[in-house]
Design a protein around this ligand. Structure first.
Ligand SMILES: [Zn+2]
Length: 62
């Protein structure tokens, strides 16, 4: 049984950004996305709403 790969593209949540991430679960990916958002987009407070957008963007790609 092969692993389900999940993908996140930063542009899918509205940033003019080419960064993308591949992972195996949303829960593993979220902290990495949060760190990227903080470092690159100055999004220091990753609110529940932003987390929801990220999860939806990942689900749309699978
Ligand atoms: Zn980005």
């Amino acid at each position: 049984m092969s692993e389900q790969r999940k993908h996140f593209h930063c542009k899918d949540v509205g940033y003019d950004c080419t960064w993308e991430l591949e992972g195996t679960s949303e829960d593993d990916m979220l902290p990495i996305i949060e760190q990227h958002a903080a470092e690159v987009h100055n999004l220091t407070h990753f609110k529940a709403e932003a987390e929801q957008h990220v999860r939806q963007a990942i689900q749309r790609n699978n």
